[in-house]
Each structure stands twice: as C-alpha cells, then as structure tokens.
Write a protein that binds this ligand. Structure first.
Ligand code: PNS
Length: 162
C-alpha cells in the first residue's frame, strides 16, 4: 500500500489545497493531510477547527484522512512509517521555497518529496491572501468550499466586532 503525507498549515484549507489532495489521492492508496502545528504562530483557526473543516471538505475522497503533528515533519513520517511527502507547486516562488525543505527532509530521513502542479485556476491562491482579502471585505467564494467560506466570514466578522 502506498501512502503519502500532504503537510501544511491549512489556515484555512483552500480549493487549491483540495485540488492537490485530489491529485495525490489519484496517485497513492492513502493520503494523510497532516496539519502541522507551529507553536510560535497563532493562526486564525485553531488546530481542531482546521482539522474539522478539512475532514468535512475531503469526506468524499476515498483514502484521504486528516492528522496533526507538532515538531519535525520527518519525525512524523518515521513514526507513521511513511516515506513520501506531496507538495503542491503554484509557481517558481513555491519551487524556490520547497526545494531546500525537500532536500533537507531527504538528508534527515531519506524521505522523498513529490511535487504536483496546482491547477492554474488556483495558482494565485494562498491561505494568507484569502484571509487578507476576506478581512478587507473582498469576495473569496471562488477559492474556498462553502463551509470553509462560511467559517472564514464568521471569523472575520467576529474580529471586526471585537
Ligand atoms: O502550509 P505551509 O505553512 O507552507 O506548510 C509548511 C510546513 C508546515 C509543511 C513546513 O513548515 C514544515 O514541514 N514544518 C514542520 C517543521 C519541520 O519539519 N521543519 C523543517 C523542514 S525542512
């Protein structure tokens, strides 16, 4: 059985993420979306919220499950006996950011990183840009599943009323 990990912050999970997970699910028997906890970075969504939103988003994708991890990513892969990471590439900027991590992860734990190209529709979509646009009142419905859009609007509205 082939398994791959799709790691990320997913604050929140976008349709660009979903597209990469779909492509990965077509290549591997099992895909684990691992929400990586960064204790030094407080996101808009808590880890449990992110996991619940992703689980709902990917409920229709067979072989896809969601997990969490805090610490070195390769330690997670070792613990789970998984040897492959899947990352989405939107542009050369992503490539420059991802290649050193892929090489470091291979040095640390003999882990392979497989890059999948994102759909051009989502080449400009990132969680941070979506949050910024939403905070400023822009329409981000094309970039998120409806339940995640609803959750983001609730967060943004809550922040505005504080
Ligand atoms: O969605 P992001 O924030 O671009 O995801 C980056 C992430 C979380 C996958 C990356 O920062 C990571 O792997 N963090 C875990 C800590 C780690 O292993 N750092 C060394 C990477 S070589």
């Amino acid at each position: 059985m082939t398994t791959a990990v799709c790691p990320g912050s997913f604050d929140p999970f976008t349709l660009g993420h979903r597209y990469v997970v779909e492509r990965a699910a077509a290549c591997f028997d099992e895909v684990v979306i691992t929400v990586v906890v960064n204790p030094n970075k407080r996101g808009m969504f808590g880890i449990d919220e992110r996991i619940a939103l992703i689980e709902e988003d990917c409920a229709d994708l067979p072989g896809v499950r969601v997990d969490r991890w805090e610490g070195l990513l390769v330690d997670y892969l070792k613990q789970e006996s998984i040897r492959t990471i899947v990352k989405g590439l939107r542009s050369a900027v992503d490539f420059d950011y991802e290649v050193p991590m892929a090489q470091m992860n291979r040095d640390l734990a003999d882990v392979e990183t497989v890059f999948l190209l994102t759909d051009p529709r989502f080449a400009h979509v990132s969680s941070s840009l979506v949050k910024e646009v939403a905070k400023l009142g822009g329409d981000v419905t094309p970039f998120l599943s409806p339940h995640i859009h609803k959750a983001l609007v609730a967060k943004v509205t809550g922040e505005r009323s504080v």
